[in-house]
Every structure is written in C-alpha cells, then in structure tokens.
Design a protein around this ligand. Structure first.
Ligand code: NAG
Length: 166
C-alpha cells in the first residue's frame, strides 16, 4: 500500500494519502506551525498502531475526514486547552514533578483517539459537520477536565516517557 511507498519529494501528491489538502503540506500547517507537525510525528512514532487505525478509518467512505488536517486542528484544540489553563489538573496528575512537551504530545494522541471515537459515534453525514462535532467534543473535554482526578492519557506507560529527552 501507499504506506510502504517512499516519498518522492517534499512536494508530492502522496501527501494527500495521509490527509493533507494538496501536494504541499506546508500550507496546511499554517494555522499551527511546527507544533502541528511535532504532534503528528509523535503520534506516528509513539502511538503507531493507533495512528494507523485512525488513518485507515478516516479513509472509509462512511466516516471520511482528512487525517492530517484534523490532526492539525486537534493540535489547535490541545493548545487552546493548555493556554487556557484547562489542562492544569491533568498535567499535574500525569506529571507531578514537571510536565514536558512529551506530556503535551501524549495528550494530543489521547485527544485524537477520543475525537475519532466521538466522530464515529456522532455518525456525521460528511465533513461539513466538523465544526459542530468539534465544538461538542471541545465542551465534553472541558467538562471532563473539571474533574480533579482527570488524567487524559491512560494508554501510555511510564516507560514511554523515559524515552523522551528534551
Ligand atoms: C479548527 O477548527 C475550528 C472549527 O472548525 C476552527 O475555528 C479553527 O480555526 C481550526 N484550527 C486550525 C488550526 O485549523
């Protein structure tokens, strides 16, 4: 499949296979810059099976969405949660000593997985429902984060974290 085909160049139609809009992914990162890229890379490298499953599901006609574009948008959501202070309790619960970028990246992986689940459950007619579903998801996450016991990344083990150096 396309997953085993080497990339032919920085500008290539192949980017569309993983859910970018056109042959130059640069334009899609405009909203979130390097943070969007770093999250997508982290997801592909550290939560690979899950990322591949989502990519696969996002290509099915019934639930179709652009994987990379949505990933960049969920980075936006995670970033807003962070700067708005909503992630404080969660970060404290997963990293009492000191949160690092890896904790943010893992939060992103968790949000991708949960957004995907939410998206499937909402059973959207098409991508035009993205705004509505994203908004509903955002509110649900905010509510979840108000619980003082909330920690959003249950599927990562502590050993994953030690592999990361900043
Ligand atoms: C993500 O989607 C929301 C709602 O559709 C939009 O307001 C926001 O600008 C998007 N963010 C990025 C980085 O594309």
């Amino acid at each position: 499949s396309f997953l085993h085909t080497p990339l032919t160049g920085r500008i290539s139609k192949q980017w569309c296979d993983i859910g970018f809009q056109g042959s130059d992914p640069k334009t899609d990162f405009r909203g979130m810059g390097i943070l969007g890229l770093s999250n997508l890379l982290y997801y592909a490298e550290h939560d690979r099976a899950n990322a591949l499953q989502l990519l696969h599901d996002s290509q099915q006609p019934k639930s179709r969405y652009s994987f990379a574009i949505v990933g960049i948008n969920i980075t936006d959501l995670a970033y807003r949660l962070l700067v708005g202070g909503a992630l404080k309790t969660h970060l404290y619960n997963v990293a009492p000593e000191m949160p690092s970028i890896a904790h943010f990246q893992q939060t992103f992986c968790y949000l991708m997985q949960e957004f995907h689940r939410f998206w499937m459950e909402e059973d959207p007619r098409d991508i035009m429902e993205f705004n509505r579903i994203r908004d509903k998801f955002h509110k649900m996450v905010l509510k979840l984060l108000r619980d003082p016991d909330t920690a959003l990344c249950p599927h990562f083990s502590a050993s994953d974290l030690h592999m990361i150096t900043l």
